[in-house]
Ligand binder design. Structure first.
Ligand code: SF4
Length: 603
């Protein structure tokens, strides 16, 4: 057994208090120092945390940023979402491969550099983009890729490779990133100026019940997409049995095409922390946790500094804003690359140091959440709105937006348009107005709400962005006339197949079957009846899946059938008697032949 590995594991575990619930931090820490969490490391971690090895292995195998196989000291992760693909990421991949002399998914022979694909990293407005360890490289071209690869091969330090810095806090010494904010339209709620503490002082001048009453009066609904009323959620959590309660902030915006939380975290984290602190006061919590997606690790030091500044100002810690007995603090929990952790119960599992498996509901997090205690989980934007409501009043907030959807919505707009970026718009805005703002011309289709949302065509551009019509957590992907909507739907289905946690059969198997049939249609092997098959199976997957992922994953197919049916129909072949040409008996039997070592006497 390697002496140094043992001392690294001991030291990492000790720094996390040998607490099994800190498993995510432990495995991340060990991987950072050793390149991977090997079998030997897993045994050591299990010993140090007094748990079973399987517990460690289940976590390491679940998250895409963790690996039991040591990777290079430098890991290049190229974003392969749909927007990056239409912006030419395949050419970037080719340039990296040529310069490094390896294929995607491989490590250079000297073991120093690993090159792999990753799902959306929250940079669709400046695609193609990649991560080099925690460093973000955006607006990539093939020359940049070759230069980065050549310099890394020559031993350059990865964080010194960028030529320019982004705007705002992206240029701060603690971020030092080339990411740009791309704020195209600033609104009064999220993008307005704020005075740290102003909203908290208003809140603590009231009782917690009055704060919740104001949230209800404002009619604030969760900005993640589902739109659950925030005041009601806080009320349930406050009223739930249990002395210890938690506030959790979902900063795991993994929905492909979404990046607006990135901008809030960069420029308005004070507002978000203010909202979390108010939630803590309202529900009676003493601890808040920000679950930060691994792709945004480059923002962690900036966020930690804001937290320190707020402690120094008396806005976190004991007797906050002079309110005796109001003690509350916030910590950051890093994720490790799993889309499903954007689902609130999966996020809780991950914070508890487990695989990001969704939990069965009921009980709901408000009753039994983090560590079995009542917890409120809201997203980054929702907490910002809550802070603004306390600052300016519920009436001020409710007069913006539409009847059922008060306030504004931050949109992440990307794809075929002149001005991709972040737009703060009032709810009720028409999709056609959004397209005009973004400089989109001759748009064929818009994916509203990311892959789990819906793809709409020209006939629907008069619809409005709000909870009662086109609901979105923020992602708006625009596709021009040359794009193949079925290929896009297929990319989304591949994404869901990859991200399914595998717990329940409808999602684990159903999505694969949907994707296979769509692939067959794209390959020119579509048969009469395929549309009905896809509709039936898609509805079954939605109905029978356990969590939000499976309940929305067939949407790319179902909404393209609804709005682009002709694209399917023109690819279906005429019937050829009773034969189903798609089925290849030899291919179907090949696995069985390999396992048994026997050859069918008939085939
Ligand atoms: S629906 Fe999918 S992601 Fe959700 S629990 Fe089932 S298998 Fe996992």
């Amino acid at each position: 057994m390697s002496e140094s590995l043992e001392s690294i594991v001991k030291s990492v575990c000790r720094s996390c208090g040998n607490d099994r619930a800190r498993m995510m931090d432990v495995v991340r820490g060990v991987q950072e120092q050793t390149g991977g969490v090997t079998s030997e490391a897993m045994d050591l971690i299990a010993g140090e945390l007094s748990t079973q090895r399987i517990e460690v292995e289940s976590v390491v195998s679940f998250y895409s940023f963790l690996s039991s196989r040591p990777k290079g000291q430098v890991v290049i992760r190229l974003c392969n979402d749909v927007i990056d693909k239409i912006k030419g990421v395949d050419r970037i991949a080719q340039a990296f491969c040529q310069e490094l002399g390896i294929e995607m998914g491989q490590t250079t022979p000297d073991g120093r550099i690993t090159l792999e694909w990753t799902a959306c990293i929250g940079m669709s407005d400046q695609a193609p983009a990649c991560l080099v360890n925690d460093e973000v490289f955006t607006r990539m071209n093939t020359d940049m890729a070759r230069e980065i690869a050549a310099k890394l091969k020559g031993g350059a330090e990865y964080f010194k490779l960028k030529h320019e810095l982004g705007d705002g806090n992206n240029a701060d010494e603690l971020v030092h990133s080339m990411v740009i904010n791309n704020i195209r339209k600033a609104g009064p709620i999220i993008c307005g100026c704020m005075e740290p503490g102003a909203a908290i002082r208003n809140a603590v001048a009231m009782t917690p019940q009055e704060v919740i009453r104001d949230m209800k009066t404002s009619r604030l609904r969760g900005r993640g997409g589902a739109g659950f009323p925030t005041g009601m959620k806080w009320d349930f959590t406050r009223g739930a049995q249990g002395a210890t309660k938690y506030v959790l902030c979902n900063a795991d915006e993994g929905e492909p095409g979404t990046f607006k939380d990135r901008v809030i975290l960069t420029e308005q984290s004070d507002l978000m922390f203010e909202g979390m602190t108010i939630a803590g006061y309202a529900i009676g919590a003493r601890e808040g946790i920000v679950y930060l997606r691994a792709e945004y690790a480059y923002l962690r030091r900036l966020l930690e500094r804001t937290l320190s500044e707020r402690r120094a100002k008396g806005l976190l810690g004991k007797n906050i804003a002079g309110k005796q007995g109001f003690d509350f603090d916030i910590r950051i929990q890093m994720g490790a690359g799993a889309y499903i952790c954007g689902e609130e119960t999966s996020l809780i599992s991950s914070c508890e140091g487990l695989r990001g498996d969704p939990k069965t509901r009921p009980p709901f997090p408000a009753q039994k959440g983090y560590m079995g205690c009542p917890s409120t989980v809201n997203n980054v934007e929702t907490f910002c709105c809550a802070a603004r409501i306390m600052e300016k009043g519920p009436g001020w907030f409710a007069q913006m937006g539409s009847k059922g959807s008060p306030g504004t919505k931050l949109l992440s707009i990307s794809g075929d348009c002149m001005m991709p970026g972040v737009y703060e718009v009032p709810f009720g805005v028409k999709l056609s107005e959004v397209l005009e703002m973004a400089g989109a011309e001759d748009t064929q289709a818009v994916q509203v709400g990311g892959p789990s949302g819906q793809m709409v065509g020209k006939a629907e551009f008069g619809r409005t962005i709000c909870y009662d019509d086109l609901a979105t957590g923020g992602s708006i992907m625009i596709f021009g006339p040359k794009r193949n909507v079925l290929e896009i739907a297929n990319e989304f289905m591949e994404f869901f197949c990859d991200e399914s946690c595998g717990y329940c059969t409808p999602c684990r198997v159903g999505n694969v079957l949907l994707e296979q049939r769509l692939n067959a249609i794209l390959d020119g092997k579509g048969e009469p009846g395929d549309i009905e098959y896809l509709e039936d199976l898609g509805k079954t997957v939605k109905l029978a899946s356990r969590c939000g992922l499976g309940q929305t994953s067939p949407n790319p197919i179902l909404t393209t059938i609804k709005n682009f049916r002709g694209e399917y129909e023109k690819r279906l072949k005429k019937p050829e008697g009773e034969m189903i040409r798609r089925f290849n008996i030899h291919e179907a039997l090949s696995d069985a032949k390999a396992i048994t070592g026997r050859q069918s006497t008939l085939y």
